[in-house]
Design a protein around this ligand. Structure first.
Ligand SMILES: [Ca+2]
Ligand SMILES: [Ca+2]
Length: 309
């Protein structure tokens, strides 16, 4: 069970590989609320320990940012980007570019099983390109609205998450978040991984001699440490929320915003879906900061919106 942290970091390493042109997804239409874009893993990339996949990947999910380049080109499609699942075609009538659904058969063949993704229809798609092309073709239908990318990798049998396992999830996740932040702090040579405010907060954790060093720890020890050194966990939980809450940064996480954390985690950690489902305590499909903090054991009086920014 604990291997998920290592694998998640591994995925983070993959995700760090330079985003390709295709990853810049731009389209004129407003994005579908729960659209999910996942960058393909790049196998040859070295694992980078301690980098949070969310920190690195959120940009990839940023479909809302529209970069409309407006200089003349012979081919109107040359600088016209379409979001995942769509390709640009020229409208013959007025020679203007338009985004149309991509034919899944035009997607590049998957380089390997690592490119497969599992949809919420429990079907395995060769790649995220195949998935989004299929979803696009279903646009406007109930089926299309309900179809989302569930997790990275081929669909597989996921064991039911029992209560005892569910309670372990936040223990490991909190410890991991803290370690990720400390690692970012240590490696922030270029001064661009954390803001000044964030650095001040992480420095306090970093310099605390009582800090539990990263490594394999029993659940008992993790639970004990959370009790004894509770204050060190407050900021990491807030920080992760802020990393995810970007589109828009409104104090609520949508399914899409949660995706960069959720999609790589599910295949390794079968309690992921249940954990985040239950985190949405009022079942309104959004995870509010208060709900997020509560499901990681942060006390109500320690929830601080300013810490997220
Ligand atoms: Ca949000
Ligand atoms: Ca909620």
């Amino acid at each position: 069970m604990r291997v998920w942290i290592v694998v998640a970091l591994c995925l983070a390493g993959h995700a760090m590989a330079a985003p390709t042109e295709e990853e810049l997804i731009v389209e004129e239409e407003p994005m579908v609320e729960e659209e999910l874009v996942v960058e393909e893993a790049v196998p040859e990339e070295e694992t980078t320990v301690g980098i949070n996949p969310v920190q690195i990947e959120t940009g990839e999910f940023d479909e809302a940012i529209q970069i409309e380049e407006d200089f003349p080109a012979e081919n109107p499609c040359l600088n016209h980007h379409c979001k995942k699942g769509k390709v640009c075609e020229i409208d013959e009538e007025n020679n203007s570019p338009m985004c149309v659904c991509q034919d899944p058969s035009s997607c590049p063949a998957a380089a390997g099983e690592f490119e497969h993704v599992c949809g919420t229809d429990n079907k395995t798609y060769d790649s995220s390109c195949h998935f989004f092309a299929t979803k696009c073709a279903l646009e406007g239908t109930k089926k299309g609205h309900k179809l989302h990318l569930d997790y990275l990798g081929a669909c597989k049998f996921l064991e039911t998450c029992v209560d005892a396992e569910l309670s372990e999830f936040p223990l490991r996740m909190r410890d991991w978040l803290k370690n990720v932040l400390v690692t970012l702090f240590e490696r922030d040579e270029d001064n661009n991984l954390l803001t000044e405010k964030q650095k001040v907060r992480v420095q306090k954790i970093y310099e605390n001699v009582k800090r539990l060093q990263s490594g394999e720890h029993s659940l008992d020890l993790l639970a004990h440490d959370f009790e004894k050194n509770y204050n060190m966990y407050i900021f990491p939980v807030h920080w992760q929320f802020g990393e995810l809450d970007q589109h828009p940064a409104d104090g609520f996480l949508t399914h899409t915003e949660l995706a960069p954390l959720r999609a790589p985690l599910i295949p390794m950690e079968h309690c992921t879906t249940r954990f985040f489902d239950e985190c949405d305590a009022d079942s309104d499909k959004y995870i509010a900061l208060e709900e997020w903090a509560a499901c990681f054991g942060i006390k109500e009086e320690d929830i601080d919106k300013d810490m997220v920014l």
